[in-house]
Ligand binder design. Structure first.
Ligand code: P6P
Length: 338
């Protein structure tokens, strides 16, 4: 049986037809190491008494779980000194962590949600880590510009780890989207899901339906038509999934299609939405688009958004292209002048 490539071979032998800068390979291997260590903390959380909540809240105003803090600490400990890594932007840390005294244009910036969906920890459901990598832009006179607020289109890499029945790493460096499973025993991430793609059509949607009363008309219309089933305007039955873990919902969509919605609504509009742009929406949008899907706020392509803050929140609609385009159409129709 031909050996299943490891992450290192995949990144260095050019399986994805594009040679990758060696410092980016080092950084991705450090990210993979952090995810492997976090997976172990989760598996042993019950024995280490780490499944509970702390008394602290993060910059998002959310109560921090002990494993949120541990996962963040592991990302910083393992990645901060990766060659040419200049900045770390974490969901769990208010300020940007600059890890080099002399920042140079082209250095890497790592954006991450160290433990996404941590409300699932105490009920033993899937959680994940999400990451994106960009480069320090060239500022005036060729000096490095300490600007972390770059558009999602500028990402050089995006991915997530999913801590589920198996631990997986799914990433893209701009072309294919490829999934690696952590091999029990060796701890190697091996290429088990090459070239993941999202079917254009789907009959499965993911949304927190308990928020129906807060939704805007386009989202209520879409939801009502889906649950009307084959006798309704869509003429087919739909299935619904909601895991309260963006990583798990997006992984299902990358595996079999679907559409994920966390839209702006009457309760979250003032905050800009629920999900964060730099380390949730942007990386997932790059993955979804590179797998043949689409990612929008309902009005704008997520990857085109110019960030205004590194903890900025945005509405998210992503997945199978035909459904995302239908939802964009509903938003535009509702917004059109009467
Ligand atoms: P709700 C987890 O907290 C998260 O950021 C995403 O992973 C997930 O999709 C969403 O929020 C869940 O939100 O309102 O269902 O708890």
């Amino acid at each position: 049986m031909t050996e299943i490539p490891s992450l290192r071979r995949f990144l260095t032998v050019g399986y994805n037809k594009k040679q990758i800068d060696s410092d980016l390979v080092f950084l991705l291997e450090d990210v993979a190491s952090a995810c492997r260590v976090i997976a172990n903390h989760i598996r042993n959380g019950a024995f280490e008494g780490k499944l509970g909540a702390t008394d602290d809240t993060n910059v998002q105003g959310e109560t921090q779980k002990e494993l949120d803090v541990i996962a963040n600490e592991e990302f910083v400990r393992i990645c901060a000194h990766s060659p040419r890594l200049a900045a770390l932007v974490s969901e769990e840390v208010d300020e940007v962590i600059w890890s080099k005294d002399e920042v140079e244009a082209g250095d890497y910036m790592l954006y991450f949600d160290p433990l996404d969906g941590s409300s699932n920890l105490d009920v033993n459901l899937s959680v994940g880590s999400i990451f994106a990598i960009m480069q320090v832009p060239e500022g005036s006179a060729g000096q490095a510009s300490r600007d972390v607020l770059r558009k999602g289109l500028d990402q050089v890499c995006a991915g997530y780890a999913m801590y589920g029945p198996s631990t997986m790493l799914v990433l893209t460096t701009g072309q294919s989207v490829d999934g690696f499973t952590c091999q029990h025993g060796t701890g190697d991430f091996r290429l088990t899901h090459p070239a993941m793609t999202i079917p254009e059509e789907t009959a499965e949607f993911a949304i927190n339906a308990s928020r129906y009363g807060f939704w805007d008309a386009p989202v209520q219309r879409y939801f009502d038509e889906c649950i009307a089933g084959k006798d309704g305007p869509r003429g087919k039955a739909f299935n619904m999934r909601w895991t309260a873990s963006m990583v798990a919902d997006v992984h299902r969509i990358l595996t079999r299609g679907g559409v994920f919605l966390y839209p702006a609504d009457a309760a979250n509009r003032e905050a800009g939405g629920k999900l964060r742009l730099m380390y949730e929406a942007n990386p997932m949008a790059m993955l979804v688009e590179n797998a043949g899907g689409a990612a929008s706020t309902g009005f704008e392509r997520i990857l085109d958004l110019k960030p205004t803050g590194h903890h900025q929140r945005v509405p998210v609609i992503l997945g199978s292209k035909a459904e995302v385009e239908r939802l964009i159409g509903y938003h535009q129709t509702a917004a059109a002048p009467a």
